[in-house]
Design a protein around this ligand. Structure first.
Ligand code: SF4
Ligand code: SF4
Length: 389
């Protein structure tokens, strides 16, 4: 396995500078030298229909300059992702418009994916998961470039190269994976298998503007100033965690990679480019208080969740009752009552899909409102009023 990563410094969304750097990165990978007649998929981060300034999605200037560079090398380019929530042409149209992708397609003539079909693929060599239902759009191309952002993640600790391919699972089906793998480590192991199945040819990471603390959608946009590339996802993520100073021992996605013997935390990575010695100052603030790192018995798990993790709380002022959180709730524990979302906490596994996907920032995470009283209240609820699932 090749533990090498190329890092360049890029502080702003200056098209010329980005174009030169994208060219420098692509030149390192022989597959991308002559793309005559090849169809290249850009698998971007399109988490939600949000303004690029919020640093939630891959920035349109970075995507556009990559499209232009690939077209110059002879490629036909298609942009795609399956965002959270419903996966249909309407929701895709909204997401493409809000994130600047529609404009890119108009200006460059590249294609936007609207195919929402999917199929089952087996992964006999999978270390943890042996088959997935994945979107067809990832297979209607010759080469795949994954374009993640550098963000913290409440569930996996870091979302970058090893997390981006979750977007090949169709829309709301992602929820099932949270239900099947409630522990962060197991979920991360599943993601590592999915990344192998996805057969990405190159990871081209946009770290110009990143996000820390409550990532991937409600954290602080942070000037990072990097473009990173490589072909081995865990090497990229380990190097990124070193550069933004996140401890891999506290990142479930890295712990999963170490436990599966994919990488060691003291692995020597060959880092090239003018950003090889980059160190972010001040460092990223980690995403604190996510779900559990281990999978203890149900009773202990529940109690630990209450005592040690942030609780998703609905802001009644901001909630408009659209129901997106309920549709995507892995614990099936959100209901819309009188046009407001209500969470029954006894089944909440702290996947934070509600927090990630609420388009109105009406779900905030709070440690203050967690704790023993909530635990006791929910136990009483279950005992006197309803049974746990
Ligand atoms: S919390 Fe957000 S996603 Fe859920 S119903 Fe309210 S506005 Fe919609
Ligand atoms: S309430 Fe939110 S955090 Fe809890 S299981 Fe549902 S989506 Fe996940």
């Amino acid at each position: 396995m090749e533990h090498s990563v190329h890092v360049t410094r890029c502080k702003e969304y200056d098209p010329n500078r980005i174009r030169k750097q994208v060219e420098e990165h692509l030149d390192l990978y022989p597959k991308f030298n002559d793309l005559t007649g090849k169809k290249v998929l850009l698998k971007i981060n399109l988490l939600s229909a949000s303004d690029p300034k919020k640093a939630i999605t891959t920035h349109p200037v970075f995507v556009k300059e990559t499209v232009l560079e690939l077209q110059e090398r002879g490629a036909k380019v298609i942009i795609g992702d399956s965002p959270g929530g419903l996966f249909n042409p309407n929701s895709l149209k909204k997401a493409y418009e809000a994130t600047g992708m529609t404009k890119i397609a108009e200006e460059t003539g590249c294609e936007l994916n609207f195919n929402t079909d999917s199929h089952i693929e087996k992964l006999p060599e999978g270390k943890f998961t042996k088959s997935f239902n994945i979107c067809d759009y990832t297979r209607n191309c010759d080469l795949i470039i994954a374009m993640p952002k550098i963000k913290t993640h409440m569930f996996c600790g870091l979302t970058c190269a090893s997390k981006i391919m979750f977007g090949v699972i169709p829309g709301t089906e992602k929820v099932k994976y949270h239900t099947r793998f409630p522990s962060m480590i197991d979920f991360s192991k599943m993601l590592l298998d999915l990344t192998v199945l996805s057969k990405v040819d190159l990871f081209l990471v946009e770290g110009i503007l990143g996000m820390d603390e409550k990532g991937p959608s409600q954290g602080n946009p942070r000037d990072v100033g990097l473009i990173v590339s490589g072909i081995e996802h865990t090497s990229i993520d380990l190097q990124v965690s070193r550069m933004v100073d996140l401890d891999p021992n506290k990142l479930p996605i890295m712990i999963a990679a170490r436990d599966l013997n994919i990488i060691k935390f003291d692995e020597k990575i060959k880092v090239t480019g003018d950003g090889a010695d980059f160190k972010l100052s001040p460092p990223f603030k980690p995403a604190k208080g996510g779900a559990l790192l281990t999978d203890p018995p149900r009773f202990l798990r529940r109690m630990s969740i209450y005592l040690s993790t942030n609780k998703p709380v609905i802001s009644h002022k901001k909630c408009i009752g659209c129901g997106i959180c309920a549709e995507n709730c892995a614990g099936e524990t959100i209901k819309i009552v009188n046009d407001k979302a209500k969470i029954r906490y006894s089944n909440c596994i702290r996947c934070y899909c509600c927090h990630e996907l609420c388009p109105h920032e009406a779900v905030y995470l709070s440690m203050k409102e967690s704790g023993l009283m909530n635990y006791v209240t929910d136990l009483a609820w279950n005992y006197f009023i309803g049974k746990e699932k």
